[in-house]
Structure formats: C-alpha cells, structure tokens
Design a protein around this ligand. Structure first.
Ligand code: AHR
Length: 496
C-alpha cells in the first residue's frame, strides 16, 4: 500500500480543545472502589486515593472527568454520599445491581479531581429525580454560602464552593435500560425546565442535553431532533455515546470503527443545524462525545444477569494491540471534528473498560489503550489541521469502503511544531506514507504502536508487553518525508 498526505498550517479546522481528552469515573464495578479509591492500600494517601493511580492519570494526560455515571446516576441520591461517613447509608445501585456504601461521594470526588488536576463534569439524576433535586445539588456544589444547601456543604468540610461549570442533564434517557427512561418529548421538556432553573441559580453553567446512547438505537437522530426542539437555546452541548465491540471477529470492520464515529458526529451536527435553521437561531451547538471506547459488550451478560455484590469485577476488558489502534483512530476522528466536538470522555478511567488497571492491595498498570491516548493528549497542541490522505480503501462488512489510512495533525503556532497522528488499518500489509510538509521542518520524534501479534496484551505480570517504540526508516528531504506504517499500527511523528 502507498498513501500521501500534505501538512499545511494554513489549513486549520479549529483549536485543539483540552476538553477532548476527558475520561469518566462511574460508580460501577471497581472504577471508584479499589480503582481510584482504596483506603488501606500501600499507595493510598490520607484521603484513601491511590497515588499510583493518580500518577498514571496525570501521565495519561486526562483533562476532565465525568462523574458519577453513567447508568448509575439515574437512580442516585447524591445526598447519600456527603456528610460524616459513619452516617452515610448503604444503598442499592439498581443500574449495576451493586451494594453502594457511599464512602466516596461528591466531596471526595472533588478532592480527587483537584489532586489529579482535572476539570469535573457532573451528571444530574433526571431518571428518578427532577428539577428540585438538581437545583439542590447545584446550590450545594456552587453557591458560596449563607443558604441551606451551601451551609450544608460548608458543614461537610468544603468551605469554598466547588464551582463546577459543566453539567450533564441526565444520562442515556433514550435507553429502555435506564432507570426513568423517557420519550424524547418527556425528556426534552424536563431537560429544558431543569436548564431554565439552573440558569437562574448559576448563570453561565455549561449544560449537556442527552443525545442517543448509540447509533443503532431505533430513535437515533429522531431523539435529538425532538430533544433539541425543546432545549436548543438552553444548552451548550448534545451528547453522543459509542462503544465498539471486537467480539464478533470481523477485524476489518472493527478496525474501521471510526467510520461510525464520524457518521455519528456528522449526523448529529446536521440534526442540530437543522434545528437551528427551524428556530432561526444563529447559535451553532457543540457536541459532547462523553462516552466512547472499545468495549467487548458481547461478553457482558447484561445487568439482569448480575448478582448483588459490593464493587464486583464488571466489564474489566483486557485490551490488545488492535484495540489500541482503534482507540488511536477514534482520537484522530475526534480531533478531525474539533470544530464540532467540544467535549469527549473515554469511558472509563480505571478497571471498567479502562486504560488503567489495578489489583486490590496490588499494582496498577497501563493497558494497551493507555498509550495512544497519552501520546495524543501530550502532543496535540495548537490548531487541528485539515489532513486528507490520498490512499486505497479497505472493504468492510459494516462500514463499506473505508480509507486504509486514518490521519490528523496539529500545528502549535507557539513552537512551530507539527504533530502527525496516523493509523494503518490494513491487517496484512505495511503502508508507505509520503508526507509533504512545510520547508524547514524535520522529524524530531517517530514512535509507533505495532506488534507482530495483533492480540498482544499487557497484564500485571507483563505490563510492558505492548508499549510505543521508536519507529524506523523515516526519511526526510526538502519538505518531503516518507515512512512505513506497519500493518495494524498507530504512529506519531513530530516535525519541528
Ligand atoms: O460506561 C458503561 C455504561 O455504558 C454507562 O453507565 C452507560 O451510560 C453506558 O451505557
């Protein structure tokens, strides 16, 4: 295979939005308990936060973390997770049939987020609760003091307001599995009234309306159209969620998963723009891709097959090299759409379909998918450039003909550096890539994630089996570079 592309700082799409490198901490399985929080662990700090995990979170480059769910939030009483620990109730989490002791709640999350250096993105329960409870939570979190809920926060030891700016108006309420599932009209009305009330309480919050849970749900597109009719002028984002499952063995389709993400982004942006046209609105709504990842969903028995348990091992997928390449291509796709996607969260952060794995009382390690995320978050700086590879296609059963190469690049005007991120989706053949670049720039770093075994994984016993390694055979002369992309690979080249 051969491919060509040109890098030109004149062709800008949008600035790299730091909120694109978000993650997600849900009260699910071992994401919170024995993931980020494990009092008594040898590496736990005075708050019970695992410092080995905090170090990995910082290395991952996560900028924002969505909390506390997910499906969990739709039956959650946030009040159960604040105040003296010995007075907090033990409750039933109906989403994941788990016993929740509430020893970790809002104030612990905010303390953890400050240590991790991430922006919080909070989700409200609009499943089993409504406008009044949402108002109480925002008053508790954000009002400085002198009122019932703000004084309660202060009595709980959080003297200063948390000042949380980004709020999700519920989670996946289009899905029949969601506690408090609604029709689009029911949800749209509730989201609109909640937004109106929150705006009175704390003007300037950024609000996210729930979009579809996935692109194959029958209401995809129609749900957003109806919800946005009610909420368009009141919210800042509409959400998208997508998980890609390698489980059926169709590896070519799986490697082309980003084609579905691209289709979702374009479809929902078009739906939002159509609403704007009907409403005669000049506002251009942004998208919040606040759950995305690879998930071996076909291996999950479903919520009703679960036994009641305390932080059980749920969907602890072990990722291989191919999964990491797909994650790299999904990040490339988010950047390619940086003019529309303003927030994105890889789901989730620890243990539950996660880049970071832990053992209770034991080590923490990086899964394969950690690496493309960390390198993209570290090196995507400045402006996203329009990059259009000229290449052959791969025929896939699920996504039709898909370009064999998936690429994006960023240009940092401050340093002059260009970072190129590129995936070769061909499972059997390398691809020789020719890159036209501005004169004077030369490669300063070339790393790739590739392996003779596409199923290679990292484990606690062998945590560095799959890591980025220096690429070889990159040549560069007079504004033209050439390199070989291995089969099923993700590559970063930095030019300075
Ligand atoms: O991330 C796991 C689950 O996937 C979330 O709780 C839910 O929002 C989605 O369906």
């Amino acid at each position: 295979n051969r491919a060509r592309l040109a890098l030109d700082p004149a062709f800008r799409i949008a600035p790299v939005e730091p909120r694109l490198f978000g993650s997600f901490v849900e009260h699910m399985g071992r994401c919170v308990y024995t993931g980020i929080f494990e009092p008594g662990h040898p590496h736990a700090d005075a708050d019970g936060f695992r410092t080995d995990v905090l170090d990995l979170v910082r290395e991952l480059g996560v900028t924002l973390v969505r909390y506390p769910g997910g499906n969990f939030v739709s039956n959650y009483r946030w009040e159960d997770g604040v105040g003296p620990r010995d007075q907090r109730p033990t409750t039933l989490d109906l989403a994941w049939r788990s016993i929740e002791d509430n020893s970790f709640g809002l104030n612990e999350f905010m303390a953890w987020a400050a240590k991790a250096g991430v922006e919080p993105m909070m989700a409200l329960n609009l499943g089993t609760r409504g406008v009044a409870e949402a108002l109480q939570l925002v008053e508790y979190a954000n009002h400085p003091g002198g009122t019932r809920m703000s004084e309660l926060r202060r009595a709980h030891g959080a003297d200063k307001p948390h000042d949380i700016r980004l709020w999700c108006l519920g989670n996946e309420l289009d899905g029949p599995w969601q506690m408090g599932h609604k029709t689009a009209r029911e949800y749209g009305r509730l989201a609109a009234e909640t937004a109106r009330a929150l705006n009175r309480l704390d003007p300037g919050l950024a609000l996210v309306a729930c979009g579809s849970s996935n692109s194959s749900i029958p209401t995809f597109g129609a749900w957003e159209a109806e919800v946005l009719e009610e909420t368009y002028e009141l919210v800042d984002y509409i959400s998208l969620h997508a998980y890609y499952d390698p489980g059926d063995g169709d590896a070519d389709s799986f490697l082309a998963s980003a084609a579905d993400m691209e289709h979702m982004i374009r479809s929902i942006a078009a739906t939002a723009d159509h609403t704007a046209a009907k409403l005669r609105s000049r506002k251009r709504l942004k998208l919040s891709f606040d759950e995305w990842n690879v998930w071996y969903q076909s291996r999950f028995p479903g919520e009703s097959g679960l036994e009641w348990a305390r932080h059980p091992r749920l969907i602890e997928d072990s990722y291989d090299l191919t999964d990491a390449v797909v994650v790299g291509s999904l990040l490339i796709t988010l950047l390619r759409n940086a003019d529309r996607v303003g927030v994105a969260c890889q789901a989730q952060l620890a243990n539950v379909i996660a880049p970071i794995m832990t053992e209770p009382g034991g080590p923490a390690w990086r899964q394969t998918i950690f690496h493309p995320f960390a390198l993209t978050a570290r090196h995507a700086r400045g402006q996203v450039l329009r990059v259009e590879p000229d290449c052959s296609t791969v025929r896939t059963a699920k996504h039709g003909e898909v370009p064999v190469v998936c690429a994006t690049a960023t240009h940092d005007p401050a340093s002059g550096e260009i970072a190129l991120f590129v995936v070769n989706r061909d499972r059997h053949r390398p691809c020789v890539l020719e890159v036209a670049l501005p004169r004077g720039l030369v490669p300063v770093e070339h790393v790739e994630l590739a392996d003779a075994d596409p199923c290679a994984r990292n484990t606690s016993a062998e945590p560095e089996r799959v890591v980025p390694r220096p690429g070889s055979g990159l040549s560069c002369q007079d504004g033209a570079a050439a390199l070989t992309l291995p089969p099923t690979s993700w590559t970063l080249v930095r030019f300075a």
